[in-house]
Design a protein around this ligand. Structure first.
Ligand SMILES: *Cc1c(COP(=O)(O)O)cnc(C)c1O
Length: 364
């Protein structure tokens, strides 16, 4: 069932049992599905995300992760509001692009892609710009793998009393986050990242008291977060439009497996070990990481090309033939490629990967 391991940060390698969970058909309006699956997932998500889950609620949304980011920005920020987008990579910039499409009043505060967001600069901006009402940031910028200092940014945002929106797409489920403790109001992720489901929908975990007041704010029908939530809430797990039933069932299995593994803390330990085995092995082979260790997430790692004659396409094909699919780089300032550490993959897989890379390098 596995022609190769996906060492890409979503879609990623899933377990056989997650794939098997898709082998039956579900009726979207039957209680077996709504109450038996969707409502269970919604509750589990708030419990995984917050130590005070009763203050939070969750909404599942068809599409990929970006659909959920767009649904959130487009359904929460009003005409007279102002959004500060803090960006140090492609996904942060995408929130700026969404703001353009929706004519949201926003400011994009840009940082180098190879640098973590500096909370002091956010603090200074918010002090000078009291008209800002919302702040959004990406937790793990998958562009490079940098892990932004969420706790310090959250402290600044809360000090200024702003609504805080976090794209935790590639970190939620793999890096511990407590929305309640940090004061996060909206957190967005998707099925095919650290929870280790398959692609097809994303989800938003929201502070209930804020989402409740968002009726009529959205400028999109399909991406109206409030209406999607209201239908799910009143219909006990009913989706407004056709839901990706098989994918949702697989996701429930993935949550069960997350809990069996020991929860997010245990998964974080495994991803960290994956990352460590990878980086130590690659450094032994002479590869250098793009980021300093202090800014690096355990989610995905960027490596410089080893020399100017390095041919990524050739390297990619050879590795694929050995059973590993990796990711090209995504930044303009340097030639890099990326290797994901998340999914149903283990330290031993990374030992085998490093051995495969060693063989490829030796043949040259
Ligand atoms: C994967 C990801 C997204 C969503 O990308 P899609 O291609 O729409 O799934 C958004 N933000 C981050 C940080 C991501 O890693």
């Amino acid at each position: 069932m596995r022609p190769y391991l996906l060492l890409t940060p979503g879609p990623l390698t899933t377990s056989e049992s997650v794939k098997q969970a898709m082998m039956s058909d579900w009726c979207t309006w039957d209680e077996d599905y709504n109450i038996g699956i969707v409502e269970v997932i919604r509750k589990e998500l708030t419990e995984l995300a917050s130590s005070r889950s009763e203050e939070y609620t969750s909404v599942l949304m068809q599409g990929s992760g970006s659909f959920c980011v767009e649904a959130t920005l487009g359904s929460v920020i009003r005409e007279n509001d102002k959004l500060l987008v803090v960006a140090n990579g492609a996904y942060g910039k995408r929130m700026g692009t969404i703001s353009e499409y929706y004519h949201i009043n926003y400011e994009l505060m840009g940082f180098e892609e190879t640098q973590a967001v500096n909370p002091e600069k956010v603090d200074a901006y918010l002090t000078e710009h009291p008209e800002v009402t919302h702040v959004s940031v990406v937790h793990c910028e998958t562009t490079t793998g940098v892990l932004n200092p969420l706790k310090e940014i959250a402290q600044v945002v809360k000090k200024h009393n702003k609504t805080f929106i976090v794209d935790a797409m590639s970190s939620f489920g793999g890096v511990p986050i407590d929305m309640y403790e940090l004061g996060i109001d909206f957190m967005i992720s998707s099925a095919n990242k650290c929870i280790q489901g398959v692609p097809g929908f994303g989800f938003i975990i929201a502070r209930r008291s804020i989402l409740e007041k968002c009726k009529g704010v959205a400028r999109s029908l399909a991406l109206d977060l409030y209406e999607q939530w209201d239908t799910m809430e009143k219909g006990h797990g009913k989706w407004r439009f056709t839901s990706p039933t098989h994918v949702v069932r697989a996701f429930m299995q993935a949550i069960t497996e997350l809990k069996e593994e020991g929860g997010i803390a245990a998964r974080h330990v495994r991803y960290t070990e994956n990352h460590k085995v990878l980086v130590e092995g690659m450094r032994e082979l002479g590869f250098k990481t793009l980021l300093p260790d202090s800014e690096q997430s355990p989610v995905i790692t960027s490596f410089y090309y080893p020399d100017s004659s390095f041919n990524f396409k050739d390297f990619y094909e050879k590795l694929k033939n050995k059973g590993f699919v990796i990711y090209p780089g995504k930044i303009s300032q340097a030639d890099t490629f990326r290797i994901g550490n998340i999914g149903d993959v283990y330290p031993d897989d990374f030992r085998k990967l490093v051995a495969a890379i060693k063989e490829i390098q030796a043949v040259k």
